[in-house]
Ligand binder design. Structure first.
Ligand code: ADE
Length: 244
């Protein structure tokens, strides 16, 4: 049995109150084609199906007071156990929350190299902490802003992973993430027409001097990183100091 049929594709399992949001945009373009081709799979677990009362309640008011509602640990636990008993048994459980550690390209690469992800998507104010602790969920944020639920955040994280699965991007695997892993933002890009409404392309890019072009792009990447991302710039400079 070595015809490839026994190789499991990368798997995403979303635990959510809105299963119809998946695969969403990931059903389109290269990720969508790869999904169709079986290079990865997308399953959902409907958290509401684990509610037991006649109103199918999944949330309750926060102990200690405060605004909004909190997703109940007993119901979320049943959804997580169901996922683990099914296709998510060997997958890391990730809870999308603005309180999480920021998602990085390095973490995305690790996740993409593993068997897949089980992603818990919160709604309302979030999920009771005890069920996250009980299952050792990794809390991940996609940025310092608050979305109306974890589903879009999950789609962002899954997208970042899927594009790294061998075969998904074809030969299009871009330099962008290498650039990120070098610790710099990407340099600016130009294509035809060479003169667009009086705006021209930097001469150096037309020169054919590959070494000079490389140097120019590196300078641009440094300048943009210094200006836009002082945090990345500091880390980049510190890493360079350590090299020397
Ligand atoms: N849920 C709501 N906002 C979020 C964010 N910024 N990152 C991850 N999950 C979220």
């Amino acid at each position: 049995m070595s015809d490839g049929a026994d190789i499991k594709p990368w798997r995403a399992v979303a635990l959510t109150l809105f299963p119809e949001m998946f695969p969403g945009t990931l059903g389109q373009s290269l990720a969508g084609q790869a999904l169709e081709d079986g290079l990865w799979s997308m399953d959902t677990v409907d958290i509401r199906s684990f509610a037991t009362d006649k109103h199918r309640t999944v949330d309750d008011t926060p102990f200690g007071g405060g605004v909004g509602m909190v997703m109940r640990p007993d119901i979320v636990d049943r959804a997580v156990c169901d996922a683990k008993a099914g296709s998510a048994g060997d997958l890391p459980l990730i809870y999308m929350t603005p309180r999480g550690r920021p998602l990085t390209q390095a973490r995305v690469r690790e996740l993409a190299e593993g068997p897949g992800v089980a992603v818990l998507c919160g709604r309302y104010e979030g999920v009771d902490q005890r069920v996250l602790d009980a299952h050792g969920a990794e809390e991940v944020s996609v940025g310092d802003y608050v979305l109306s639920g974890g589903e879009l955040a999950a789609l962002i994280m899954i997208d970042a992973c899927v594009r790294l699965i061998p075969g998904v991007m074809g030969s299009d695997l871009s330099h962008a993430e290498e650039s990120f892993e070098e610790g710099l933002l990407e340099y600016p890009l130009y294509t035809r027409p060479q003169d667009w409404e009086g705006r021209t392309v930097p001469d150096i890019l037309l020169s054919g001097h590959h070494a000079k072009i490389r140097a120019w792009r590196h300078e641009q990447a440094e300048a943009i990183t210094r200006e836009r991302r002082p945090d990345m710039w500091e880390a980049y400079e510190a890493a360079k100091r350590d090299e020397n």
